[in-house]
Write a protein that binds this ligand. Structure first.
Ligand code: PLP
Length: 447
C-alpha cells in the first residue's frame, strides 16, 4: 500500500490517548504505527520497511501472515469460532495430538492456556499439588512471565517491582561461563560447580519442601546462554534424587527456534512438565500450554485439577496451531532454522565479532543468537551497566537507532542485541540483517 502519514498519525494519536502499554512509562514512549507485515518484514505508514530480527517478541516463528495459517483461522472462524473448554472439539484434540507427538518422552497430555505466563502458573500449581510441597526453585537471569507466580520466578529486574516474596520462590545461579558466578574457566567446571551449587541450595532450603525446579532450557531474554554439556541431565538427576518436579520452560526456545522442535532435544533431557506458547502457532492467536508427563497427569485421574481458563484450547488458537505445525512440517521450517544457525547466521555473527571490538561473545543456535556487547574485551565490562536506563543506556539506544536507519528492527536487552529472525527467514534476509548489524556495531565500537 502507498504511504499514508495521515492515517499513521491518527493511529498513533488514538494509541497515545487510550492504549496503556506494557513495561513502559506511558508519557515517555513513542510507539511506531505499523501499517502491515508479511514474512520477515513489517512497514509503517511513512514508507519505511523493516526486517524484523525480533520475530515480534520472539514468537513469529513462521513470519507474518503465512497464507495457510491465515486461511486456517478464517476457515475455523466460519465453522466454529469458539467453544467452551469442557467439550471435546476437533481442532483442540488435533492441536493437542500434534503437540504431544513432538514433545519429548511421555509428555503426552496438554493443558492449554492463553500464553506463557499462564502456562508457568499452571505448571507450578501442578507440581505443588503433585508433590504436596510448596517451594519452587528458579534461576537468576531468567524470564517466566508477568503474572504473580511467574514474575516471582523471574530472575531479572522486571520482577523487582512485583516481588512480594510470598510465593515460596528461591532463586539460584544457573551456568553462564562468560560471566561465571563460580569463577569457572571451563564449561566442565561451570557445569560441575553449578550443579553443586544447586544441590547445596536444595540441602539448605530443605529437599522435602521443594516442589519444582523451573529452568528455561536455553534462557531467552536473559541472554541465550546455552547450558554446558551435562548440566540439564545433572538437574534431571538431582530432581529424581529428591522427588522434585523438573519443569522446562520452552515458551521462547520451543517450536523450532533452536533448530529442533524443542530445545530439550539438544540435551537429551525429558522434563516432567514443559511450558510452551509463542511459536506453537506463531502467535497469530494467543495460545500457550503445559505438556504433562504420565505420572503427574495420573495425579489428576481421580482428583479434579483445580485450575482452568475460559479460553483454554480456544478453537481459533488451536486451528492456528494445527496449521502452523503442518506448515513447519511441510516446509521443513525446523530443519531450515538449524541450517540458518549452522551455515548463515552463526558464522555471519562470528565474522562480525572478529571485526567489531564491541562484541564480547557470540552465542546461540538455530535462529536464537545473542551478541554480548562490551566496552573492553579483556575486562568484559558490559557496554552498558546491568539494568541501565536513560543516559546510562545511550550506547545501546545508539546501536538500535543505527540498525533501524539501516532497515533492521533489532532486539535489544541491557548490553545485548539478539538475532532472532523467523525460523523460515531466507538466507538473503539473514544476510541483509547481518549487513545492517555490521553498520550498527560500528556505532557500538565507538564507546
Ligand atoms: N517464559 C519464557 C521463557 C518467556 O520468554 C516468556 C515471554 O517472553 C514467558 C514465559 C511469558 O510468556 P507470555 O508473555 O506469553 O505470558
Amino acid at each position: 500500500a502507498a504511504p499514508d502519514p495521515q492515517a499513521g498519525a491518527a493511529v498513533k494519536a488514538a494509541d497515545r490517548a487510550h492504549v496503556f502499554h506494557s513495561w513502559s512509562a506511558q508519557g515517555l514512549i513513542d510507539p511506531l504505527a505499523v501499517a502491515g507485515a508479511e514474512g520477515s518484514y513489517f512497514w509503517d505508514y511513512d514508507g519505511n520497511r523493516y526486517l524484523d530480527f525480533t520475530s515480534g517478541l520472539v514468537y513469529t516463528n513462521i513470519g507474518y501472515q503465512h497464507p495457510k495459517v491465515v486461511a486456517a483461522i478464517q476457515e475455523q472462524a466460519g465453522k466454529l469460532a469458539t467453544f467452551a473448554p469442557a467439550f471435546a472439539v476437533d481442532v483442540r484434540s488435533e492441536a493437542a495430538r500434534l503437540i504431544a507427538e513432538r514433545t519429548p518422552g511421555d509428555l503426552d497430555k496438554i493443558f492449554f492456556t492463553n500464553g506463557g505466563a499462564e502456562a508457568v502458573e499452571n505448571a507450578v500449581r501442578m507440581a505443588r499439588l503433585h508433590t504436596g510441597r510448596h517451594k519452587v526453585l528458579s534461576a537468576f537471569r531468567s524470564y517466566h512471565g508477568a503474572t504473580s507466580t511467574a514474575i516471582n520466578l523471574t530472575g531479572d529486574p522486571r520482577r523487582w517491582a512485583s516481588d512480594t516474596g510470598s510465593a515460596g520462590v528461591v532463586r539460584f545461579w544457573a551456568p553462564f561461563l562468560y560471566r561465571s558466578p563460580f569463577y569457572s574457566e571451563t564449561e566442565q567446571q561451570e557445569c560441575e560447580r553449578a550443579l553443586a551449587h544447586l544441590e547445596d541450595t536444595i540441602a539448605f532450603e530443605g529437599p522435602a519442601t521443594i516442589a519444582a525446579i523451573i529452568l528455561e532450557t536455553v534462557p531467552g531474554t536473559a541472554g541465550i546462554m546455552t547450558p554446558p554439556p551435562g548440566y540439564l541431565a545433572g538437574v534431571r538427576a538431582i530432581c529424581d534424587k529428591y522427588g522434585i518436579v523438573f519443569v522446562l520452560d520452552e515458551v521462547m526456545a520451543g517450536f523450532g527456534r533452536t533448530g529442533k522442535w524443542f530445545a530439550a532435544e539438544h540435551f537429551d533431557v525429558v522434563p516432567d512438565l514443559m511450558t510452551f506458547a509463542k511459536g506453537v502457532n506463531s502467535g497469530y492467536v494467543p495460545l500457550g500450554g503445559v505438556a504433562i508427563n504420565a505420572e503427574i497427569a495420573a495425579t489428576f485421574d481421580k482428583r479434579p485439577y483445580p485450575g482452568g481458563l475460559t479460553y483454554s484450547g480456544h478453537p481459533l488458537a488451536c486451528a492456528a496451531a494445527v496449521a502452523t505445525i503442518q506448515v513447519m512440517e511441510d516446509e521443513k521450517v525446523v530443519e531450515h532454522a538449524a541450517h540458518l544457525g549452522e551455515n548463515v547466521l552463526g558464522p555471519g555473527l562470528r565474522e562480525l565479532a572478529e571485526r567489531h571490538p564491541s562484541v564480547g561473545e557470540v552465542r546461540g543456535m538455530g535462529v536464537f543468537w545473542a551478541l554480548e556487547l562490551v566496552r573492553n574485551r579483556e575486562t568484559r565490562e558490559p557496554l552498558v551497566p546491568y539494568n541501565a536506563a536513560g543516559e546510562a543506556a545511550a550506547p545501546m539506544a545508539a546501536l538500535g537507532a543505527a540498525a533501524k536507519k539501516n532497515g533492521l528492527w533489532p532486539f535489544i536487552n541491557m548490553n545485548r542485541t539478539h538475532a532472532v529472525p523467523a525460523c523460515n527467514a531466507s538466507e538473503a534476509e539473514v544476510k541483509e540483517g547481518l549487513a545492517a548489524l555490521d553498520a550498527a556495531l560500528s556505532v557500538a565500537d565507538e564507546y
